[in-house]
Design a protein around this ligand. Structure first.
Ligand code: ZN
Ligand code: ZN
Length: 477
């Protein structure tokens, strides 16, 4: 008998983490960071989950007993605690796809850098209050330690990672390198198969392939980010996007787009390029304000063979680099270049991280632009509860950013169709390939409303009962 413990992403989206025990062996599936929750207690300063006092939970399991770690993809809510795991002494293998392995150094060094900055900021405040200084959750050395443990695997290869335990990564179509995890666990002569969906891609998104079809499993963990709704058709989203850009051009203001450096930015460059080439784009400056997005975009360029092969237009584009494809695109790397953007009163599109506005350069741009009536903020990704991005989507009139109270006068557009996640019907259809095997089904990586809605649809559609695990729940399989 093996067990699985839900240590994260139970009735919430972030902090993906599951522990599998089989015989004497322990495998950690995902080591994600909590994002967003509780981080607006101090007025939206954000990133509260990064410092020792508030979160840095010693892990709820014994790090020294873990034999292997598996990561579905590079997003921080799935991989962001790996450096802490290494810091706390883990020195076994960390399995992931080759592309995830290529993305992690950039992403985790950036995460360590931001945490260091946040700790410095917090410590200034603490010094003034006569409080003890805190340490960042992890630093560059911890990231180096972690990266040395990473083992990249090609999609579709089955490998025995521990005695009696085999692993295979299949395309999830969510971001570059994202995978569905197939795990065969042999225990006392019996083999059980666990399938973890990871984050499943939206088949409407232009760059990635569709999620691989899987038909067999004994236990299925299914993400449910958009378990309660379908995305609107991409065409509609594109025309809304274009209309928002037009409105911004007419009002003379800037467009701000909080981005997710991995995946979403590359999709956006693609869509903006299409508008540019068809003569519909009125703005003549697009800034990707991030050193990280540059590196990530380069890694994407090196992996175009994994992209959606059915789109001839896209194949054509990828014979160029991004900037050739979209000549009005500028990557701003230095802080000085970034700060210079604050002087632009209108006519620019500024794409900056983080995607949920809880950190990164977007906060500066929000501070300088949100109070202007002619600013247009375009939200293109999922906003977790508790993030600044979510507050803005929910229509708050005032926010606190970087110590200043800012009135929200900007127009906020929320565009659903650009999502990198499968919508409700896509989730049902993907899991439906396993309906004959009817594995035990657990919904993860979703907020409660989404999970309840999806649970209901599984019964209606397939007469299939899905469970919604609670944090810390242990199941036997
Ligand atoms: Zn993801
Ligand atoms: Zn995720």
């Amino acid at each position: 008998m093996s067990t699985l413990t839900f240590y994260g992403a139970a009735q919430r989206v972030t902090g993906s983490c599951y522990l599998i025990r089989s015989g004497q062996q322990q495998i950690l599936l995902e080591c994600g960071m909590l994002q967003g929750e509780n981080n607006n207690k101090k007025g939206g300063k954000g990133k509260k989950s990064t410092n020792k006092e508030e979160s840095a939970p010693p892990f709820p399991f014994s790090v020294s007993e873990i034999d292997a770690v598996i990561i579905s993809h590079a997003h921080l809510d799935h991989s962001g605690m790996l450096p802490l795991l290494a810091k706390q002494g883990y020195n076994g293998p960390i399995y992931m796809t080759l592309q995830t392995q290529a993305l992690l150094p950039t992403m985790h060094k950036d995460a360590a850098f931001l945490q260091q900055k946040d700790a410095e900021w917090e410590n200034k405040r603490r010094a003034r209050a006569g409080k003890r200084a805190i340490e960042p959750l992890y630093d560059m050395d911890d990231v180096e330690r972690e990266l040395a443990l990473c083992e990249g695997m090609a999609y579709g290869t089955v490998s025995e990672i521990l005695p009696g335990i085999r692993l295979c990564f299949r395309e999830a179509g969510h971001i570059l390198g994202s995978a569905i995890v197939e795990l065969w666990i042999e225990d006392k002569g019996e083999t059980r198969k666990l399938v973890f969906s990871g984050d499943l891609g939206n088949s409407q998104a232009p760059l990635m392939r569709d999620p691989a079809v899987i038909t067999e499993a004994d236990l299925l963990l299914l993400e449910s980010t958009y378990g309660n709704r379908d995305h609107q058709p991409l065409d509609q989203t594109l025309s809304e996007f274009s209309a928002a850009l037009d409105a911004a051009a007419q009002s003379g203001g800037n467009v701000l787009i909080p981005y997710f450096a991995v995946g979403r930015t590359q999709d956006l460059i693609y869509h903006l390029g299409q508008l540019y080439h068809s003569g519909q784009l009125k703005q003549n400056n697009i800034f990707i304000d991030s050193p990280m997005a540059t590196s990530i975009s380069e890694i994407y360029e090196q992996n175009t063979r994994l992209f959606n092969k059915d789109d001839p237009e896209f194949r054509e584009i990828m014979t160029h680099d991004w900037q050739q494809w979209l000549p009005i695109l500028r990557f701003t790397r230095s802080v000085e270049e970034s700060m210079a953007l604050n002087k632009i009163a209108g006519g620019a599109i500024i794409i900056a991280g983080s995607g949920m506005c809880h950190g990164g350069r977007i906060r500066h741009h929000l501070k300088y632009n949100l109070w202007r009536k002619n600013t247009h903020l375009i939200i293109v990704g999922f906003q977790a509860r508790g993030t600044l991005g979510r507050l803005l989507v929910d229509g708050v009139k005032k926010v606190k950013i970087l110590g200043s109270e800012i009135a929200v006068k900007a127009q906020v557009h929320t565009l659903g169709g650009f999502s990198a996640h499968a919508g409700q019907s896509q989730l049902l259809a993907w899991a439906g390939h396993m309906r004959k095997a009817m594995p035990r089904l657990y919904l993860v990586h979703g907020e409660s409303e989404s999970m309840l809605a999806l649970q209901k649809r599984f019964v209606e559609e397939y007469n299939w009962d899905a469970s919604i695990p609670t944090l810390g729940e242990v199941i036997h399989f």
